[in-house]
Structures are given as C-alpha cells and as structure tokens.
Design a protein around this ligand. Sequence first.
Ligand SMILES: C[S@@+](CC[C@H](N)C(=O)[O-])C[C@H]1O[C@@H](n2cnc3c(N)ncnc32)[C@H](O)[C@@H]1O
Length: 209
Amino acid sequence: MKVTENEAQNKSLAEFELKKAKRISGVGEYIKRQIFPKVREKNAGGICLEIGCGHGHWLSSYAQSDSQNIFVGIDLISKRIRKAERKKDFSKLENLFFLKAEAGEFLQALPRDLPILSTFIMYSDPWPKKRHFKKRLIQNSFLNLLAEKSCKNSNLFFKTDHQGYFDWTTHLLKVSPHWTVGEEKWPHDAGSFFADLLETSLTCSAKLK
Ligand SMILES: C[S@@+](CC[C@H](N)C(=O)[O-])C[C@H]1O[C@@H](n2cnc3c(N)ncnc32)[C@H](O)[C@@H]1O
C-alpha cells in the first residue's frame, strides 16, 4: 500500500512526540532517584536551578559556597554537561547535579512537591534576528511554566550581553501576570565561561507574585 504524504507526516510527528515523552520521563526518573532524596536529606525545600549552565563554572562555585541548598544545572549539550560533572566530582560537591535536558522538558518533568527556589539564566542565546525571536528561551509560555513550578517569592535572575534580548525579557516580565520585576541582588558573584569572554552584562531579576 502506498503511504500518503499525510500519513508519513503523522508518523514522524508521532515518533517525535514519543521520543520527547521518553526524554521527559527519563528526566523525571533522574529527579526522583537522584535529586529528590538529597533535597529531603538537606531539608532544602526545593532546588536552585541554572538553565543553560554550559560548563558549570558559576554553579559549581555557588554550590561550593552554600552547602545547605541543592543546585541543579541543565544544558542541551552533552559535552558541556560532562565537563560540568568533572568539576562537581573534582570538588566532591554532593549538593550539585548536572543533567542534559531542555528547559521546557525539565520543567515538565519536575514534580509539584519539588519546587524551584530560584532560577538563573546567564547569557542564553539572544537569537538577534527578528525571524528567530520565537527561538528565544524567554517567552510567555516559558515564564508561565516556570511560575507554575516555582515556589512563592521565588526569584528569577537573568543576565545577557545583548540589549535587545534584555529589553525583550524585561518587557515580558513586566506584562507577566506571574512575575514582578524586582531589584534582588545577584546572590553569588563568580565568573562563567561566557561572562569571562564578554564585556557587557545586563542583569535583571523578577519575583514570583
Ligand atoms: C551562551 S551559553 C552560556 C553558558 C553559561 N550560562 C555561561 O554563562 O557560560 C548558553 C547555553 O544555554 C544552553 N541552552 C540553550 N537553550 C537551552 C534550552 N532550551 N535548555 C537548556 N539549555 C539551553 C546552550 O546549550 C548553551 O550551553
């Protein structure tokens, strides 16, 4: 029987969704087995999350300075996560986890009883061309999902070297029904791979209403 173009499209869409569901379920298992018991043990109340942690410089330094909180760094790129894990192992940091995950998928996998205490996003890709704005991480849908998974008064910290992306993010935060732009001080001062390469840095923070 000849497979129509429509049938082929439906099949590849179904395969894509199946793969995505498997990834989310894998992340959920990792959270349940590795992260959740540590949060319980430390009575930490939730996690501090860095989205797009790259090689993990900044988060490793933060986790080293604060042994009471549990830190989780996620990134899309396996090689970066492997480098970050080497830092964690070298410093024997038990309160730090790195995993390969896409931001939206990680948030979907995060159970309700494991809230986010604070979120950090540093030098996320600015996608400077207008036709690529839809690829930016910060979108209304992302801010809504992040709000759903964060605890009350949770802070979102954002840093970029790109004025357009900074304006975009502060605008979306200002009009968000969930977030209020604030003046919270950046809680940990240390370099990151990109911070050390770039000259400009624009920062903003927002609190969950
Ligand atoms: C420019 S790098 C910044 C890395 C690090 N924050 C730093 O300051 O050195 C942006 C990182 O975000 C990751 N990234 C981009 N989109 C992502 C997403 N949707 N979920 C998770 N990580 C993402 C990229 O793989 C990349 O490592």
